[in-house]
Design a protein around this ligand. Structure first.
Ligand code: IMP
Length: 436
């Protein structure tokens, strides 16, 4: 029996959706534990491409239960849209396939407006948020002013909570952000409609998951964003507002750490970032442009072009430590198939000093210069490789070098966007983990 957490090792968009989708075959329950619809997981099944923002990637399999944990912030409008869209395409037809924690906090219309208005006010210093209201919703949770998913189905409670908070938000929007407030009755009616359709999905997620574990079922915890966007451990303040590291699966789903058997980190064969913040290996040249083009590096949620650069080993080393990783899933290897040489950043240089780890001060990281080693490219199409042996020698060397530099085994290599375009060297649901 295995309960596995999958997290991003970089700044999000590592290809977690594909890895989760692939491993879901072996899981009974798939759980989202943090973030909200700022995430965008692209999954390609046959001729279909589906982008999910909130519903766990397991929705594409019949008979798997999808769970949205207490650590997630839920925009009910988006949740309903996704359910409707999936159903239109013949997925997710059974209501029992979805359970949403009563304790998950709701994203309200004022959260979205505050998010956008604040970014506008910050100008050049903006974080580059997705504008989905994620940060303001988490702020209300911690300030104990949030409204939760369980409140949606309780009209009286919902009205009382909304009545208490809305005047405060309207005042803030009006006086501080110079933006428009909301009408109480209109918001109430809108959310009452969502409540009617969604209350059947509300329940006690911790109780459910722990019960499933006791019965020997396998659980897959699906991380969103990436380790370096973690609110505590990321490149603060250019981060998201939740704990994206593996420990977040415990707090965000009500499961003790002793129940987790393995943690897999997903990393691209290079690095990307959307939004602001330091990025030592960023390439503002033709090579970066080529990676963006070949890798189709445009945000799944906002459509923004992603910043692209070479693989950054200090980022990965940090991720291995922060998440307790037992393996790496290396994605988008095929994208690097056109380069004569490929670089790996093995450390940083800061004011004459060599640094092996990511400095916690963002202003120090901004000044870091990457130290590169150069490897010959493989200049070949990899999409048909199905075992490690099928890869060209230079590509195998690249993977082995990453293993050497990180001290962690690469357990999966993705060579294309389709499910079958994958080399699964070890299935974490089927064999014992090797500690890194
Ligand atoms: P927020 O999560 O919308 O508040 O945005 C905060 C930062 O996290 C911004 O730099 C976003 O671009 C980034 N971010 C949030 N979600 C994702 C994601 O799923 N992939 C990549 N970056 C993300």
């Amino acid at each position: 029996m295995a309960n596995i957490v999958i997290v991003g090792m970089q700044w999000g968009d590592e290809g977690k959706g594909k890895v989760v989708d692939l491993l879901t075959e072996y899981a009974d329950v798939v759980v989202r534990f943090q973030g909200g619809n700022n995430a965008g997981h692209t999954v390609v099944v046959g001729q279909e491409t589906i982008i999910l923002h909130l519903v766990p990637s397991g929705a594409l399999y019949r008979g798997k239960t999808c769970v949205i944990g207490n650590g997630v912030v839920v925009d009910p409008q988006v949740l309903l849209q996704e359910i409707d869209e999936l159903r239109k395409r013949g997925h997710f037809l059974d209501d029992r396939q979805l359970l949403v924690s009563e304790d998950a906090h709701l994203i309200m219309p004022y959260h979205r407006r505050i998010d956008v208005a604040r970014e506008r006010m910050k100008g050049e210093g903006k974080i580059g948020t997705t504008g989905r209201g994620i940060g303001p919703a988490y702020e209300d949770k911690v300030a104990r002013e949030g409204i939760r998913f369980g409140d949606l189905g309780e009209e009286k409670v919902f009205r009382e909570k909304l009545g208490a908070i809305l005047p405060v938000k309207n005042h803030y929007l009006d006086t501080c952000l110079k933006d428009q407030g909301f009408d109480l009755e209109a918001v109430f009616q809108e959310y009452r409609g969502y409540g009617e359709r969604l209350k059947k999905f509300a329940g006690n997620v911790s109780l459910f998951i722990n019960g499933q574990i006791r019965q020997g079922r396998q659980i897959l915890f699906e991380g969103a964003q990436g380790t370096h966007l973690d609110v505590d451990h990321g490149t603060y303040p250019f981060v998201t507002s939740s704990n994206t590291v593996s420990g977040g699966a415990c707090t965000g789903a009500g499961v003790g750490p002793t129940r987790i058997t393995e943690v897999i980190g997903v990393s691209k064969a290079y690095t990307t970032r959307v939004g602001g913040g330091p990025f030592p290996t960023e390439l503002n040249d033709a090579v970066g442009e080529k990676i963006r083009e070949r890798g189709r590096e445009f945000g799944a949620t906002t459509g923004r072009p992603r910043r692209c650069g070479w693989l950054d080993i200090p980022l990965l080393r940090d991720s291995i430590r922060l998440n307790g990783l037992t393996g790496i899933a290396l994605t988008k290897m095929d994208v690097l198939g056109e380069f004569d040489t490929i670089r790996i950043c093995t450390a940083y240089q800061h004011r004459g000093r060599r640094i092996e780890e990511v400095p916690s001060q963002v202003q120090v990281l901004k000044e870091c210069e990457p130290v590169y080693e150069e490897h010959p490219g493989w200049k070949a199409e990899l999409r048909n490789a199905r075992s490690f042996r099928d890869l060209p020698r230079q590509a195998r060397h690249y993977v082995r070098r990453i293993e050497e530099l990180t001290g962690t085994r690469v357990t999966l290599v993705s060579v294309g966007e389709k499910r079958e375009e994958t080399i699964l060297r070890r299935n974490p649901f089927q064999r014992r983990p090797r500690r890194s």
